[in-house]
Design a binder for this molecule. Structure first.
Ligand code: ADP
Length: 499
C-alpha cells in the first residue's frame, strides 16, 4: 500500500495541503494565499480558477518537498470553506462568474423577503439552519438571476453548481465526477437533513433546477480518481467534509456529547449528537456531522463572531499588545479583572442572545483599572462567550459535556484554557496536533480505502498535549459568570435604547 494520505484544506484565505502518515503525523505541508475580491461594500468573492490553481499547486509542492509521486499517495481527502458558491459550464469547466464567498452579504435582501414570505420555519425544520445569506441557496439564486442567460442555460443542463469540495473534485477528475458530501450539502440551505435529499420545495422557491446540483454522497467513500494528466497517476479521492465537521472528526469527537471548540478569529463549537437531530430553540444550527457506514450523525453548531479578533483589536486598534500571545503575560500579572468586563459585541451578539444591534461595552471600571485588567477582561471574554454556548448546548441536547477538545490559534493560550476549565467546570483537552481540520479529511479518506481500519484505529492517534481541570472554587466561578451576564445585559440594553 502507498504511504501517505493527502488532505486538501481549502480555506477562506489560503489553500493548504498536508500529507499525513498512518500515525496521523504531518509529513509535509504547503500553503498558498489567494486573492480576496471585494467588488462592493459587503461583497466578497474568490476567483474559482485561483482556488483550483492554488490548491493543486500546494498538493504538488507538498509532494515535491517530500520527494513523492502519485503512487505514494494512498488517497486524497478534501475539507473546505463551507457555503461558498460556484457555477460553471459543464462543457468547458469555465466558471460563469466569481465564487460568492460565505461572508458575502449581497443576498441579505433575498433572505429578508424569504422571511416575509413565511419560509423561515419551513427552512429551519428541513435544513436545520436559521435562514441567512451565509448559506449557498440565495447565492446560487443570485447567480441564476443576475448572470445573463444563466437560469435558462442551467435548465438546459449546461451549467453545474458546486460548493468548493465539488469544484475541486470536478477539476481533479477532469469533469468526470460531480459530487458533494452530506456535511457540505447540509450547509447549502437546499438539503433536507432528515430525508437526505435536495428539497424540491426550496429549490422551487429559489427557482433552482435540480439538474445542476451535485450528487450527495457519504463523507467517506471513493468518489472517483484523479485524472492521469492532473497528477501523473490515478489517486482515489475518498473523503470530503466541510471545515468545521472535518475538525470535529479530526478531534475524534465520535460519541454523542463530545464537543470541539475552535478558538480562531471567531469560535466554532460543534457537539456530536449522534443519530439524534436536536432542534434548537436558541438559534444553534442543526447540521450533519458526518455521513458514513450507511448512516449520518448529527451535530449542534454554535458560533461566536468575535473571539481571537478581540486580541487583534487590542494589538492593532488600541496598540495595547505587540502580539496576541502576549495577552497571556498581562493576564497573569493581575489576580483578576477587579470586576471589569468587556463584552466584545462589535458585530452584535450571536447564540444564545441573537441581537444584531448589540455593541461592545466595558463595565465595572474604577480608578484602579489598568491595562492588565483590560487585557485580562478581553481574554476572559472569549471564555465567557464559549461558556454561554456550552450552557445552551448542554440544555438543548440533554447531554452532559464530559470534555471539551480545543484547537485554533488562541487555544495555545494556557491562561485562557485554564480559565475556561474553571468557569465551565469542564476538563479541557488540547491535542498535540492542532491541524485537526486537515486531519479529519485525511481520516475520512483513509477509512474509506482501509488505510485505517476503524475509528478505534485513529483514536489512538489522538495524542494529548495538555489537559486543564477546573480549579477555581464554585462560589468564585458563579460570581464571575453572574457578573458577565450582567455585562451582557448592559450591551443588550444599550441596543434597545438605540432602536
Ligand atoms: P483563523 O483560522 O480564524 O484565521 P487561527 O486559528 O489562526 O484563526 O487563530 C488566530 C486568532 O487567534 C487571532 O485572532 C489571534 O488574535 C488569536 N491568537 C493567536 N495566538 C493567541 C494566543 N496565544 N492567545 C490568545 N489569542 C491568540
Amino acid at each position: 500500500m502507498s504511504q501517505y494520505i493527502a488532505a486538501l484544506d481549502q480555506g477562506t484565505t489560503s489553500s493548504r495541503c498536508i500529507l499525513f502518515n498512518q500515525k496521523g503525523e504531518v509529513c509535509s505541508c504547503a500553503q498558498r494565499e489567494f486573492r480576496q475580491i471585494f467588488p462592493k461594500g459587503g461583497w466578497v468573492e474568490h476567483d474559482p480558477m485561483e482556488i483550483w490553481a492554488s490548491q493543486i499547486g500546494v498538493l504538488v509542492e507538498a509532494m515535491g518537498a517530500a520527494g513523492l509521486h502519485a503512487d505514494d499517495l494512498a488517497a486524497i481527502g478534501i475539507t473546505n470553506q463551507r457555503e461558498t458558491t460556484i457555477v460553471w459550464e459543464k462543457a468547458t469547466g469555465r466558471p460563469v462568474c466569481n465564487a460568492i464567498v460565505w461572508q458575502c452579504r449581497r443576498t441579505a435582501p433575498m433572505i429578508e423577503k424569504l422571511k416575509q414570505d413565511g419560509w423561515a420555519e419551513r427552512i429551519r425544520k428541513c435544513t436545520g439552519l436559521v435562514p441567512d445569506a451565509y448559506f449557498s441557496a440565495s447565492k446560487l439564486a443570485w447567480i441564476l438571476n443576475e448572470v445573463p442567460h444563466a437560469r435558462e442555460r442551467a435548465q438546459k443542463g449546461e451549467l453545474l453548481f458546486g460548493t468548493v469540495d465539488t469544484w475541486l473534485i470536478w477539476n481533479l477528475t477532469q469533469g468526470r465526477v460531480h459530487v458533494t458530501d452530506y456535511t457540505n450539502a447540509s450547509r447549502t440551505m437546499l438539503f433536507d437533513i432528515r430525508r437526505l435529499c435536495w428539497d424540491e420545495d426550496i429549490l422551487e422557491y429559489f427557482d433552482i433546477p435540480l439538474c445542476m446540483l451535485p450528487e450527495v454522497k457519504p463523507s467517506s467513500c471513493v468518489y472517483g480518481h484523479t485524472a492521469e494528466s492532473v497528477l501523473g497517476g490515478e489517486i482515489p479521492i475518498a473523503g470530503i467534509a466541510g471545515d468545521q465537521q472535518a475538525a470535529l472528526f479530526g478531534q475524534c469527537c465520535f460519541t454523542p456529547g463530545s464537543v470541539k471548540n475552535t478558538y480562531g478569529t471567531g469560535c466554532f463549537m460543534l457537539m456530536n449528537t449522534g443519530n439524534r437531530l436536536v432542534e434548537s430553540e436558541n438559534g444553534l444550527l442543526s447540521t450533519i456531522a458526518v455521513g458514513m457506514d450507511g448512516k449520518v450523525e448529527y451535530a449542534l453548531e454554535g458560533s461566536i463572531f468575535i473571539a481571537g479578533a478581540v486580541l487583534q483589536w487590542l494589538r492593532d486598534g488600541l496598540r495595547m499588545l505587540h502580539s496576541a500571545p502576549q495577552s497571556e503575560e498581562y493576564c497573569r500579572r493581575v489576580k483578576d479583572t477587579e470586576g471589569v468586563y468587556l463584552v466584545p459585541a462589535f458585530a452584535g451578539l450571536g447564540a444564545p442572545y441573537w441581537n444584531p444591534y448589540a455593541r461592545g461595552v466595558m463595565v465595572g471600571l474604577t480608578r484602579g483599572a489598568s491595562k492588565e485588567h483590560f487585557v485580562r477582561a478581553a481574554t476572559e471574554s472569549l471564555a465567557y462567550q464559549v461558556n454561554d454556548l456550552i450552557d445552551v448546548m448542554k440544555r438543548e441536547s440533554g447531554l452532559e459535556l464530559t470534555a471539551l477538545k480545543v484547537d485554533g490559534g488562541a487555544s495555545a493560550n494556557d491562561f485562557l484554557m485554564q480559565f475556561q476549565a474553571d468557569i465551565s467546570r469542564v476538563c479541557i483537552d488540547r491535542p498535540q496536533c492542532v491541524e485537526t481540520t486537515a486531519l479529519g479529511a485525511a481520516y475520512l479518506a483513509g477509512l474509506a480505502i482501509g488505510y485505517w481500519k476503524s475509528r478505534e484505529d485513529i483514536l489512538i492517534n489522538w495524542r494529548k498535549d495538555r489537559s486543564f481541570l477546573p480549579e477555581m472554587a464554585q462560589e468564585d466561578c458563579d460570581k464571575r459568570v453572574k457578573g458577565w451576564k450582567r455585562a451582557v445585559r448592559t450591551a443588550l440594553y444599550w441596543a434597545q435604547e438605540e432602536e
